[in-house]
Design a protein around this ligand. Structure first.
Ligand code: NXA
Ligand code: ZN
Length: 594
């Protein structure tokens, strides 16, 4: 193979220009389909995906003419390593590749257009966003909640059941043809973390955090028993899944009012004030942009405001699940979101803008390096900034809280609200890809999809379905966006760990003193230094392995649960006191009264 590294660089820059325009065309086609779910747009999106895959394959073949594994220049070698990794684009059978893309497109459409219709009126149907979200968040009638929970799974999960096995088969067949001959899609996805003992590290992190989760679970279970009755919820069993304020029981913030430790303090639920003060969607996005600018990051460019989709259109079907989009041309970046006026969506806006910030900060990198340090880092940026924005003192600064009670009870209330978002998520974030990796490696088969899903859901989350599941018809994993959407999920578990490490690091750099949970990095005397550190990490993209990016932020290279435990320590102590006499954990054999 060619050993001349100058010739290799020429190859890279020629590739880079072409990669930008090929990526642009396929992202535009995906954007057009996601914002207007028509058959024509689906067809165009599949065609663009196939063209991009063809380009990737040709580049990989040309790159293999170089003896790149023996290059001296580490960056050049890393670039060649990235562009010879094809994933499903390695599929040489065009018909199979087209079928794979068509199934993905169909699954997206089924999920994003699904509706749950009233038992007694099939013309009265509820969409996930906002109708079923609102139902799970604010309904307090046990049976009505069950209708919303079951109706969504009937409408979407069941329709996807027979498509998913073929998708799995085609995805595995494709990645097996990659240069690394991946044994299955899960192995390929895990390779992005470049960490040999990745699964062990994840398990260790989870084991360190499950005591905290079990304490929160026991406290919430007790409060739900008070609300719904002792005949509906066992003192020692799992919690019925439809009572936790969220369609997937992955964030419990919407039942804060049922579990508030010290009532009578200033409400931390700022949604009523947002609505009373006439907050608009635009004001929500501007508030987020202002915070990024205040922290010395790059501001949203004009085309972001011109080309994004911020609200659900009335005249067409779209993919409502929020996402951020990089058009690989250094200036066209967008968010697609069906925004509602509430605190949840203000936090989500920061999450999505965090992705945009990464795109803007690493746009000078060659295309293969325009990724997060690892996929979890990309998910962590926006959440990291939202940890500061969510503090009562910051919410007061932006006019969402009139008074801030500064006492221990108010602190516990605040930490409870944060735990209902961040701690409740951990088992879900961990189990999603435990299930999917099992499906990809064949240990979970179509016949066992649903029972294995509920084994994991009960084992890790301590929840059970409120109605019996029908293994022959139900496909409950399909009722969660990321399964039909084929978006890997362990990235969110990684994010919920590392965002607290980043938060602690930036709080220290900003000169914050006092408890970690009171830190607002924009209030620190050295906030500029904190912003510069964040920008430096973002500009790296994936040009180096993620421990190097972790070191830039935190001074050390490993993932660690210490920061999230430090942040929640006052609540952990409080929960342990409250849970005296309670059973921690759950008896998996308990089932609700149907
Ligand atoms: C946590 C994850 N966030 C996202 O998709 O942006 C979710 O919504 O399930
Ligand atoms: Zn995200």
């Amino acid at each position: 193979g060619i050993t001349d590294e100058q010739q290799a660089w020429d190859f890279i820059w020629d590739y880079n220009d072409k990669a930008e325009s090929v990526s642009y065309r396929s992202v535009v086609a995906a954007w057009n389909y996601n914002t207007d779910l028509t058959p024509e747009n689906s067809q165009k999106q599949v065609e663009a995906s196939l063209a991009a895959a063809q380009f990737d394959k040709e580049v990989a073949q040309n790159a293999s003419r170089f003896d790149w594994q023996n290059f001296n220049n580490a960056t050049l070698k890393r670039l060649f390593d990235k562009i010879t990794g094809l994933g499903t684009a390695a599929q040489t059978d065009q018909a199979k590749l087209e079928e794979l893309n068509n199934i993905l497109s169909e699954m997206d459409n089924i999920y994003s257009t699904g509706k749950a219709c009233e038992y007694d009126d099939s013309s009265n149907c509820l969409a996930l966003n906002p109708d079923l979200y609102d139902c799970l968040a604010s309904e307090r009638d046990y049976d009505r909640l069950r209708f919303c929970w079951e109706g969504w799974r009937d409408a979407v999960g069941r329709k996807l059941k027979d498509k998913y096995p073929r998708f799995v088969e085609l995805s595995n067949d494709a990645v097996s043809q990659d240069a690394q001959n991946w044994e299955d899609t899960g192995a390929y996805w895990r390779s992005w973390y470049e960490t040999a003992d990745f699964q062990e590290q994840l398990e260790n992190l989870y084991n360190q955090l499950s005591p905290l989760y079990n304490n929160l679970h026991a406290y919430v279970r007790k409060k739900l028993r008070e609300q719904y009755g002792q005949d509906k919820i066992s003192a020692t069993g799992p919690i019925p899944a439809h009572l936790l304020g969220n369609m997937w029981s992955q964030s419990w913030i919407n039942i804060y009012d049922l579990v508030e430790p010290y009532p009578g303090k200033t409400s931390l639920d700022v949604t009523p004030k947002m609505q009373a003060d006439g907050w608009t969607v635009d004001r929500m996005f501007r508030t987020s942009d202002d915070f990024f600018k205040d922290m010395g990051q790059v501001e949203m460019p004009q085309n972001f405001w011109d080309n994004s989709m911020f609200v659900k259109p009335a005249d067409r079907e779209v993919v409502c699940h929020a996402s951020a989009w990089d058009f690989y041309n250094a200036h066209d970046v967008r968010v697609k979101m069906c925004t509602n006026i509430n605190m949840d969506d203000l936090v989500t806006i920061h999450h999505e803008m965090g992705h945009i910030e990464y795109y803007l900060q690493y746009k000078h990198q060659p295309v293969p390096f325009r990724r997060g340090g690892n996929p979890g880092f990309h998910e962590a940026v926006g959440d990291l900034l939202a940890l500061s924005v969510s503090t009562p003192t910051h919410l007061q600064t932006i006019g969402l809280l009139d008074t801030v009670d500064d006492d221990n009870e108010a602190d516990i209330n605040f930490l409870m609200s944060m735990a209902l978002d961040k701690i409740s998520f951990l088992p879900f974030g961990y189990l999603m890809d435990q299930w999917r990796w099992g499906v990809f490696n064949g240990s979970i088969t179509p016949a066992t999809y649903n029972q294995e899903w509920w084994k994991l859901r009960t084992r890790y989350q301590g929840i059970v379905p409120p109605i019996p599941r029908n293994g022959a018809k139900d496909f409950d994993p399909g009722s969660k966006f990321h399964i039909p959407g084929n978006t890997p999920y362990i990235r969110y578990f990684v994010s919920f760990i590392v965002q607290f490490q980043f938060h602690k690091a930036l709080c220290d750099t900003s000169g914050h003193t006092g408890p970690l949970h009171k830190c607002d990095i924009s209030a620190g005397p050295n906030k500029a230094a904190a912003g510069e550190k964040l920008a430096r990490m973002l500009q790296m993209g994936s040009s180096q392995e993620w421990p190097d990016a972790m070191e830039v932020m935190t001074g050390q290279k490993d993932m660690s649960a210490q920061a999230i435990v430090d942040y929640f320590q006052p609540l952990i102590t409080w929960l342990e006191q409250q849970n005296q006499g309670e059973t921690l954990g759950w008896d998996e054999s308990w089932t609700p009264r149907y």
